[in-house]
Design a protein around this ligand. Sequence first.
Ligand code: BDR
Ligand code: CA
Length: 314
Amino acid sequence: PRPVYFDCDTGIDDSMALAYLLASPEIELVGIGAVHGNVSATQGGRNTLQLLQLAGRRDVPVAIGRNDPLVGEFDGGAPHVHGRNGIGEIEIPETDMTPVNEDAADMLLRLSHEHAGALEVVAVGPLTNLAVALQRDPSLAERIAQVTAMGGAALVPGNITSVAEANIGHDPEAAQAVVSASWSVTLVPLDTTLENVLEEADRLRLCAAEHPLARAVGEMLDYYFDFYVAEYGRRCSAMHDPLAAAIAVGGMLPRVAPAVPVEVDVTDGPGRGQTVCDLRGQRQGPVDHPGANVRVVLETEGQLAPQLLERLLA
Ligand code: BDR
Ligand code: CA
C-alpha cells in the first residue's frame, strides 16, 4: 500500500474521510496531523484519536498541529455545522491514546524522509500544517509524491464568504504557500464536492452498520444533515472531505480536472481567500496549462455515495 499522511480538522466530513481512508487497502495511513478549522487542533486531535480507537487502529500516530492560522487567530470553528465537539455532539468512548511528541509539521517532515518520493498527502482542513512544514524545510516538496486537498471554489460561490471556501478562507496565506510550492497538487473544490451528496437512506445504512466507526459516522451525520436542510431543502449532505480522500486513493476518478495556474487571494478585501483558477481556454474542453502544478477537479466520474457505503460497510 502507498504511504499517506492525512491532515484534518475533525469535523464530521473529516471523520467520513478518515473512515474511508482506513477502509482503503490501496493506502496505508502512516500519520495524521490535526489542524485548527472546524474545531481547535487540540480538539480535532482528540476526536481523531477516539475515532481510531473505535476503529481498532491504535497503531496510527496522531500529531497535534497549529491551533491558529499563519496570520491572525483561530475563529472558534464551526459549531453550527459540526457541533460543539466537532463530531455532531455524539459521545464516543474516551481513549487512553495520546498524541505523539512532535507537532504535525515535524511529523510530516519526518515521514517525508522515511518515505521519500512515495509519501502522499491528503489534506482536508486549512493548510496551515503543510505551510509550516514547507517553511521549516522547503525541500519537503521534492519528497512528496502527491498532495490532494479539499478546498476552494473554482466557478461556484464560496461557503464562508461570497468567494472563499472554509479550508482556504481560514488560512489563505497557508493555501497560497501550498499551491505555489513545487509539488503536484490536486485541488478538490466545492464545484465537485457539492455534487456528491449523501442521502438520509445512506445515513441510516451507516447507523445500522456492524462496524462501530461506520455507526458513529452515521450518528454524527444527523447533526450535519440538520445544517444542510437550510442549504438543500432536504436532509442530506455534501461529502467534501471523503471526496478528496476517494480521489487521492483512486477510488473516485476525476472526469474534468485540468492543470491550471491557481492563486489564492491574500489581500484584505472582499476577495480574501478566493481560489483564483485560471480556467481561460477551458471552453473547448479541459486543456492542461503548461507548467501548472495544480489540478482542479471540476467533475468526477460517477458518484461517491455507493462506493463510500461499500467501503465503510465492508
Ligand atoms: C470544508 O470545511 C469544513 O467545514 C469541512 O470539514 C470541509 O473540509 C468544506 O468547505
Ligand atoms: Ca475538514
